[in-house]
Design a binder for this molecule. Sequence first.
Ligand code: DQQ
Length: 574
Amino acid sequence: MAVYQIRVFAIFYYILGHCVFINNIEATHQLYRNLQSVSSSSSSSNQPYRTAYHFQPPKNWINDPNGPMRYKGLYHLFYQYNPKGSVWGNIVWAHSVSNDLVNWTPLDLAIYPSQPSDINGCWSGSATILPNGKPAILYTGIDSNNQQVQNLALPKNASDPFLSEWVKNPKNPLMAPTTANKINSSLFRDPTTAWLGKDGYYRVLIGNQKETTGRALLYRSKDFVNWVEAKHPLYSAKGTGMWECPDFFPVLSKSMSGIDTSVNGPNVRHVLKVSLGSKLHDYYMIGSYDVKKDKFLPDTGLQSIESVSRYDYGKYYASKTFYDDAKKRRVLLGWVNESSSVADDIKKGWSGIHAIPRAIWLHKSGKQLVQWPVVEIERLRANPISWPIKVLKAGRHLQGTGVTAAQADVEVSFEAKEFEKAEVLENWMDPQVLCSKKGASVKGGLGPFGLLAFASKDLKEYTAVFFRIFKHQHKPLVLFCSDQSRSSLNNINDLTTYGTFLDADPYQKNLSLRSLIDHSVVESFGEGKAVITSRVYRTLAINDEAHLYAFNYGAADVKITRLNAWSMKKAQIN
Ligand code: DQQ
């Protein structure tokens, strides 16, 4: 198809996709009614963008991770899935299990429309391990009136570690919009993992919007079946719109260990994450949970959205954590959407992957969370290369040879010294805009320096992940960017450049970067304090034609104090 025709096709579906109301159901996903059950005719052999170790099923559309948990020694991942096509629709819970959060075995669909309370779709939800050790799933059903309601499912056989069959509660729905509670029936969804208070009541949050206010509605129950709405939401913020997939969990001050969702007490702080439908980003707040008032008091509230951190400054949404009792850690899972056209998604027969599961804990400053790929992913590392300390001269790039650059894990640290050469940033600017204006090809003072991933030999294509150090108010200010403007010669793809400021002091410590590169995704961790995930659809730098470079296009030399890279083996991802 000519580029022109693809464009027309894409624009047509883009317009269609913004009609987000369908028979009263509202979702942030673009809706392509007539494509929901269209399956691809393309052969599976020409699939350069399928990932080797980021989770994805063999075909079709996926979105949010649902109900993650560890049960009888197995990790369970459910996810929003369209069994019939590669756009959002026909939504059910697909199910995979794993021993290590890296290799996954598919099981039969777990939860699918079967009763009036979910006959039009089984949307997102969460698992709770009850005090008797058995799991319970609360999920949103789209009922026969197209209302969003909350349902309960329990395993048919709790002694089955695969939890392959789920039985829905005959009393479903357990929470529903009514004329009395005046809840908008298309803005009421995505129950969290429940937590148990000292008073013997479970609590759960449901995402909601009232007028312009985003709300985390709180429900309480003694028996997990009869739920009563609390008088006040746990937290709400005017002007923030619909809150999807809320997540509420405790973190320990000054410890990397995770704790069960119901734990509270001294040295415990709480995190509330919401997926903002209007922005399609996951924002988290750190704060205190006032148990007496059942209210969350964030250190910085969502009204000041510019000051609220995100889990990821690239493509990442509808995430969810769970407590892993085996490794005493909290693990974060998230959906990474495509950046390609719907026409291309249909052609390749699939859409959506999941990010590598990340361990998540409170930074010792107490001001932000730290995220790091689960350690198990390192078992896929092979063919290590390691550079001796090297000076990377101003204006140069150096090739990292010996790794399969389209499927790699790279760790690199930079020492920057000549601060007098840093560019001055007079006025604060939106970091993403700054990254776009000062992309990797724009020469700077101290930086840009970092990695060129998925680079073609002639550097016509590359995805640059880099730092740029500014002087702002007489202090260093570190910008962290993932520049995708040259990531594909096919510019029908979304080539947005992403970025954020990084809370780091390059005077005191070298800047470190880790990138997980996997065929169509680059997941980059700046010190673990900021993460940027990009989707990349190379046309030249395919498989063996993909190269990896370290680069420095600033005016000052920088020192690479460490570069370790590995080819990554293929994981079993269904
Ligand atoms: N995806 C689900 C909803 C949720 C949204 C539907 C977030 O439950 O609000 O597939 O991506």
